[in-house]
Unconditional design. Structure first.
Length: 168
């Protein structure tokens, strides 16, 4: 995760000690906050690239108003349909259900770094009322989440990544 060395990461204090140690091994540019007001102040006074926080839709909306490019990793107990729709509305939001699984966190960070570099949205409009959330790997049609198998997701990812090419 060398790409993180130059990026500024802001995270909620006391999320998880192992997580804090892990993140600090990737970057020197860490900002810790305890209250939402502190986070807003950090965003206003620094160039923040990532925010890692407990899920709070109102807070995420405030972040998005301040900066529409910040990558957000939202930690929640259980992912549901409402969270997915709110994530689509906000863009650049990745959900993680369990911060204890460092591999899930690393995968989420890799996806976020790709989007920071490419400046592309994680929300892809596929037409015919289909929307795909590349971060959270969900297909949505008319505000309804469609469950896809691992193979279906892999195939859809392949098609999206190669959308400018002819495929046989």
């Amino acid at each position: 995760m060398k790409a993180l060395k130059s990026l500024n990461i802001c995270y909620k204090k006391n999320l998880n000690d192992e997580f804090s140690n892990h993140v600090s091994s990737f970057t020197n540019n860490l900002f810790e906050y305890e209250h939402h007001d502190e986070l807003i102040e950090l965003i206003n006074t620094n160039e923040i690239h990532f925010v890692i926080t407990k899920y709070n839709f109102e807070l995420l909306k405030k972040i998005r108003v301040l900066n529409n490019q910040i990558q957000i990793i939202a930690i929640l107990d259980e992912l549901n349909h409402t969270h997915l729709l709110e994530g689509l509305e906000l863009q650049y939001v990745t959900f993680i259900q369990n911060l204890d699984c460092i591999n899930d966190f690393i995968d989420a960070m890799r996806d976020c770094v790709k989007n920071v570099d490419s400046k592309k949205s994680n929300v892809i409009n596929l037409g015919n009322s289909f929307i795909y959330d590349d971060y959270n790997k969900y297909l949505i049609k008319d505000d309804n989440a469609i469950s896809l198998t691992k193979k279906e997701l892999s195939f859809l990812d392949f098609l999206i990544k190669n959308r400018d090419c002819s495929l046989s």
